[in-house]
Write a protein that binds this ligand. Structure first.
Ligand code: SF4
Length: 512
């Protein structure tokens, strides 16, 4: 082929181009056959300039595997960009910074930033889940590094050389409840505000949901390229997705039934899987996506080629294929009214006063009142309490006061004593104890039907609760415009109230 490959970044940012990446999953071990397979796939992909990058996952499903950077350099040396999945689950902020310098040093610039699946198994048992920084904070940190990180050193600000990362983030429109969907979109606003340069979707087979995200991004002028996820689906993986075993990926009961019927009907099931992927390629292109990422287990270059060739062939008639991706969640929420003619969406948002849940509680109401009266800079009692807090901070009462706060919050929220409390922003739920991934800036992508990814059927996602509480008060829009920095562990086991009034907490740390 005579066309030249466009680098991933240019393909994503150029509105006239449709980017294509191929996702590969490195395995455990440094010289296992999975690793050799990645190198072989990359070698084959180099021949096809339509493929802009090879995407490498980072310990998916929370199990250990070789770090994607280890293979990314090999991939780039073959002559094709690597796109590294950059997760926050196993690293604290210093390790993240350190890893970023290492990547920059060897010229690996393309990152897909995500919180990451909850850690599951590792050497000698389940590892400690770190989640020191969430995806919004990580994207923001990368922006700071790109601008030249400024760090106070020996009484002066030292500016480090600028890095040149091209970082994007993930969103999942494939959520059933209004609260989950809106929490995803709120985090999308936060990710874009933090500096995400492109957005990749989670995995799903609902064209109306893909279209919803396109129209949502346009409606709110988020001005960010969006890339659709195409997974080449086998029946085995579909069953796992249907059971919720693969966080964030959605296969509805109806879709699974159709896949089972298809397996019985067609001898060449692989071809059906590839055709489905090619049709989704055409639909995503038609809807107005800026690119696709293609993934699947044991996929060869010939499969990718088939999808790209067929996808282009199908593209002119993409509207006719929309009905093949009509798998809504049961009573699932959509942000826009349905367009009955196309099977997609109009640009009119549904009337959310008539959809979803709202909730409140005496606990929420009481904490809100206390906060309104005393615990914000606009509160009427703020000047007086600040005066007392300054006195207490320097007196023998500091310790009893600290423990009084700790025990109160332990009773209500199983307080983890971080000393940098953000629960008043999250409808009085503590992300350090109530969210398994300690998310301070919004829902991860793994929750399902309102339940937490880590405790399905046991614990509701705190951001679902938060949306419903804020909606009750008509303030759910607040979620779109928040940013909470990571907790400062200098404040561990101190009073967050004293820290607030004495201007030591996150509200008073300069993070601009
Ligand atoms: S509470 Fe929500 S954000 Fe936290 S881990 Fe569970 S699903 Fe993810």
């Amino acid at each position: 082929m005579s066309v030249e490959r466009v680098p991933f970044k240019d393909a994503v940012l150029d509105k006239d181009k449709f980017s294509v990446t191929w996702e590969l999953v490195p395995g455990r071990g440094s010289h296992e056959k999975d690793q050799d397979a990645v190198a072989l796939c990359a070698k084959a992909a180099v021949k096809d300039p339509r493929i802009n990058a090879i995407t490498l996952t980072d310990n998916p499903s929370g199990t250990p595997a070789i770090h994607p950077a280890g293979l990314s350099k090999e991939v780039e040396d073959l002559g094709i960009d690597a796109l590294i999945h950059f997760t926050c689950k196993d690293k604290n902020r210093n390790e993240i910074e350190s890893e970023l310098y290492a990547l920059d040093r060897v010229g690996l610039k393309n990152l897909l930033v995500m919180t990451g699946d909850y850690v599951t198994a590792g050497y000698n048992g389940r590892p400690k889940p770190v989640f020191d920084v969430d995806s919004v904070q990580a994207v923001r940190m990368i922006e700071k590094l790109n601008a030249g990180l400024e760090v106070p050193m020996r009484g002066k600000l030292k500016k480090f050389p600028e890095t040149d990362f091209f970082a994007g983030a993930v969103v999942s429109p494939f959520k059933s409840l209004e609260a989950e969907t809106m929490a995803q979109y709120a985090k999308l606003h936060q990710k874009v505000a933090a500096g995400a340069k492109y957005i990749i979707t989670q995995v799903g087979w609902d064209a109306r949901k893909f279209d919803e995200l396109r129209k949502y991004v346009d409606k709110f002028e988020l001005n960010v390229p969006i890339i659709g996820n195409i997974y080449i689906l086998t029946l085995g993986v579909a069953k796992m997705m249907n059971r919720g075993v693969i966080p964030g990926a959605v296969v509805t009961d109806e879709f699974l039934k159709d896949l089972e019927a298809e397996k019985k009907e067609f001898e060449n099931n692989k071809e059906r899987q590839l055709l489905r992927a090619a049709k989704l390629f055409a639909v995503l292109k038609g809807i107005g996506y800026d690119g696709v990422t293609i993934a699947g287990h044991g996929i060869k270059y010939e499969d990718i080629k088939f999808i790209l060739d067929k996808g282009e062939e199908f593209a002119p008639n993409w509207q006719a294929l929309v009905k093949e991706f009509d798998y809504p969640e049961q009573n699932g929420f959509y942000f826009f009214e349905k367009d009955e003619k196309t099977g997609l969406n109009t640009t009119t948002p549904v009337d959310r006063s008539k959809t979803g849940e709202k909730s409140t509680s005496l606990f929420y109401w009481s904490f809100s009142m206390v906060h309104k009266l005393a615990l914000s800079e606009q509160a009427p009692l703020y000047p007086m309490i600040k005066w007392f807090a300054k006195k207490i901070d320097k007196s023998a009462l500091k310790k009893p006061f600290t423990y009084a706060e700790y025990y109160t919050k332990t009773l209500t929220n199983e307080c983890k004593f971080c000393g940098d409390c953000v629960m008043h922003e999250l409808a009085f739920q503590c992300p350090m104890s109530q969210c398994a991934k300690h998310q301070r800036n919004g829902a991860c992508g793994g929750g399902k039907d309102g339940w937490c990814e880590v405790y399905p059927g046991e614990k509701r996602c705190i951001y679902v609760n938060m949306y419903e509480k804020l909606k009750h008060d008509g303030k759910e829009y607040i979620m779109n415009n928040r940013y909470a920095p990571p907790a400062d562990w200098n404040l561990y086991q101190t009073s967050s109230w004293l820290n607030f009034f004495n201007e030591r907490d996150y509200n008073h740390r300069n993070d601009d």
